[in-house]
Write a protein that binds this ligand. Structure first.
Ligand code: SF4
Ligand code: SF4
Length: 94
């Protein structure tokens, strides 16, 4: 009986964790009219932004991050990942 309860509890826990994860992912807003760019002097080339970009829109050129505007969907994950604050938002029209 105890084993059954433990199993049931672990299932409930897994469901709660999954639901929370989905809610967090849904809250990652993609802005149609905003893209992101790199302030080169601030960039240390650490590549943290590369690892979080879902579009593979960032590459390192001459030791600095470069964002491909054609690929960027404006999710802002790179902005959050950059501890150097080298990434900033720009209007999509630029
Ligand atoms: S996370 Fe910031 S400092 Fe690191 S490579 Fe990307 S833009 Fe440069
Ligand atoms: S905003 Fe999103 S899609 Fe655009 S470069 Fe940053 S992480 Fe990649």
């Amino acid at each position: 009986m105890k084993t059954k309860m433990k199993f049931l509890k672990s299932i409930i826990f897994a469901v709660i964790i999954s639901a929370t994860s989905i809610a967090i992912l849904d809250s990652c807003e993609v802005l149609d009219d905003v893209l992101y760019a790199v302030n080169e002097p601030k960039c240390t080339g650490c590549k943290k932004c590369l690892s979080v970009c879902p579009q593979d829109a960032i590459s390192i050129v001459n030791g600095k991050a470069v964002i491909n505007k054609e690929e960027c969907i404006g999710c802002g994950r790179c902005l959050s990942a950059c501890y150097e604050k080298a990434i900033y938002a720009i209007p999509d029209s630029e």
